[in-house]
Design a binder for this molecule. Sequence first.
Ligand code: SF4
Length: 280
Amino acid sequence: MITQEDFQTDITPTWCPGCGNFGIWLSLKQALTMLSIPNHRVVIVYGVGCHGNMVDWMWVYGIRGLHGRALPLAQGIKLANSGLTVIAVTGDGDCIGEGGNHFLHAAKKNPNITVIIHDNQVYGLTTGQASPTAQKGLETKSTPQGVMEPPVNPLSLAIVAGGTFVGRGFSGDIPHLTDTFSKAIAHKGFSVIDVLQPCVTFDKVHTYEWYRKRIYKIEYPMEKREALDKSMEWGERIPVGVFYEEQKETLEDREGIDGLPLVDAPLGIPTRDLFISVFR
Ligand code: SF4
């Protein structure tokens, strides 16, 4: 029987006390347990940021990529052995800033991987500069007068680019986040969950209390246009839940390697072309 302890190392996390990363870590372990996925069948690719330190306290196969490059690595691993559960754990800056181009192209190709974005609006690891998802007006070390332009919205981007499962969670609501992660990991295709994750050290505006006053839950996925509209709702009310889901041919389906380690795939698959297309 698979338990949550199967996913835990004996290393104590070094995140700041109260960091929203703890809720994501716990929810991810619970989701993998609920789905009964053995730890040796899970690969997590991390970007660079506070989130990436999780590599030391998740007992699964883990790799920490270059800044912004978690998604090409995750896609490569999935193509090499599509029988594995492959998850990219990234930050808002890592995924949408340095890795923005990879994010768009991964959504378009629809590989069967899950992307978890630790969205705290700042680069916490480098002491709190504004990230691409920082709200207009947020004062940070790099924006002492406040961020001057509107933020990038990861949900809207994912929906428009072709993502087939798009959701948002809050790291202060573990049961709901666990449920959302479970649905995303079980989904066949490119699933994205943007997690509202308070950085208690470098963002004194978007606190747990700030989010709790505004968050409400949507119950069911919507049609694409409605999901897009809903993804832009922000301010006094902030929706969380699964915004959009559809079933569509995955990258692995197209290449005829679904569920197969590449080494066991029948000859004739144009693997050279396939890898060029993914890593470009
Ligand atoms: Fe968490 Fe912010 Fe501390 Fe990083 S700096 S560990 S994101 S609270």
